[in-house]
Design a protein around this ligand. Structure first.
Ligand SMILES: Cc1cc2nc3c(=O)[nH]c(=O)nc-3n(C[C@H](O)[C@H](O)[C@H](O)COP(=O)(O)OP(=O)(O)OC[C@H]3O[C@@H](n4cnc5c(N)ncnc54)[C@H](O)[C@@H]3O)c2cc1C
Length: 385
């Protein structure tokens, strides 16, 4: 076991660190104010840096790198804002990986290159108004009619909704109940019968589009079916890598808050000396560092063990659950270090605190991760019904 980065990994990390500070951080205040992510400005920069599709196979235009490399890059961007790391998250850990792992050669050639080049993003539509944690209750239905599927139903809280060009939609392909009837199909923006709901107003993550997907006799070519009926386990298997991306968002947010608190503690004076000289502040910073480092190691373990493949559900769920809860605590502690200024919108801490709250809900709640962890530990699934 070796905890040192390779020379190449250290270079990636340093390059993204500087890039995030110099080019991306100045744009983030505007994103927070307007709620709009300037993709047209940022994506070409990411493309130049090789940050889009880092983990997608080289033969389809991707970077052919390990998930660990992408975690290093994402962590540096999310330190500035999880909105900034969004395109790296989607293109390296998102549902396009389902196509990569389980699509046919033709599907890979059609869907992966545009995502690898940053020309298109693929979002994921799983959640429904009546099916969140209980995902296998989903009722969006796809029926094969000749050479196309007709889809009816509604998806909720889809990150990238309205903005992304393609959606991996979890659908029910037959009357079989529960997981058995579920598969995954790609629906492209502009497909007949496909529309979007109103944009969500979340408490944080401003600049991340999110809305309902509405399917009313939506017509999709049958070649877009990636995971046929009965492949729910495959969808979930790939989702373990998405969980590592989600955990990295939490890690980046917490690390950003810790770095800001460290700097502030050295500058801010009370009782005639910098507040970092008070032991109570030192202990806050030390506790924050322990939590951030522990989450970092859990995420690194999950993705390093995955290599070029997929992580285990046990390691991915532990990393996600721990990192999600850690980020809530660490951003709150950072706010305390900042005193009243932490509560003010003049400083980034209140934003990081609000942003930290989204990830323990997205990608399966922390309660559902605990169920995964217990199931893996005990070697059996527990029926929640
Ligand atoms: C920022 C954000 C981004 C998201 N992005 C996407 C996306 O891109 N695509 C997508 O499809 N969805 C997305 N979601 C939706 C997300 O996946 C769901 O919100 C989540 O799975 C929980 O479902 P729910 O909101 O319906 O809560 P519910 O399932 O109604 O759960 C409510 C509460 O009950 C608890 N609970 C439920 N069942 C159990 C159980 N068996 N044991 C213990 N506790 C339980 C939950 O943990 C939770 O605390 C996103 C959500 C957010 C907030």
């Amino acid at each position: 076991m070796d905890f040192q980065l390779t020379e190449e990994q250290a270079l990636i990390k340093k390059a993204v660190h500087d890039f995030a500070d110099q080019r991306i951080a100045p744009l983030m205040d505007e994103v927070e104010k307007t709620g709009r992510f300037p993709a047209e400005e940022i994506i070409p920069l990411y493309r130049e840096m090789g940050l889009i599709g880092m983990t997608l196979p080289e033969e389809y235009g991707g970077g052919g790198m390990m998930a660990f490399d992408a975690v290093l890059a994402m962590e540096e961007l999310a330190r500035v804002s999880p909105i900034a790391s969004g395109p790296v998250f989607e293109s390296c850990f998102g549902p396009i990986r389902v196509v990569e792992k389980f699509g046919t050669e033709q599907q890979k050639r059609r869907f992966i290159p545009p995502c690898a080049k940053g020309e298109k993003l693929m979002a994921i539509g799983m959640t429904e108004p009546g099916a969140g944690s209980a995902l296998t209750d989903l009722s969006t239905r796809a029926v094969l009619k000749g050479d196309h599927y007709v889809i009816n139903g509604q998806k909720r809280f889809v990150s990238g909704g309205g903005h992304s060009d393609m959606y991996m939609v979890y659908v029910r392909l037959s009357d079989k109940r529960g997981a058995a009837g579920i598969g995954g199909i790609v629906v492209e923006k502009g497909s007949p019968g496909f529309s979007f709901g109103e944009q969500e107003e979340f408490m944080g993550l401003r600049g991340m589009p999110s809305c309902d997907l509405i399917f009313e006799d939506c017509v999709v070519p049958k070649e877009n079916l990636i995971i046929p009926e009965g492949g729910f386990a495959q969808l979930m298997q790939v989702f373990d890598i998405e969980r590592c991306g989600n955990a990295t968002q939490s890690l980046g947010v917490a690390w950003g808050a810790l770095e800001a608190a460290k700097k502030y503690a050295k500058e801010r004076k009370a009782f005639g000396k910098p507040i970092c000289e008070f032991q109570a502040v030192q202990f806050l910073l030390a506790d924050m560092a322990m939590k951030v480092e522990a989450a970092r190691l859990l995420i690194y373990r999950a993705v390093v063990n995955a290599g070029m493949g997929l992580p285990s559900v046990y390691e991915a769920s532990i990393a996600k659950c721990f990192a999600n809860e850690m980020a809530k605590e660490v951003t709150d502690m950072a706010l305390q270090v900042f005193g009243g200024y932490g509560y003010s919108k003049e400083y980034p801490i209140e934003r990081l605190l609000r942003d930290s709250r989204g990830w323990p809900l997205a990608g399966g709640t922390v309660q559902m991760q605990r169920i995964n962890i217990a199931s893996a530990m005990l070697g059996r699934r527990f029926n929640q019904r």
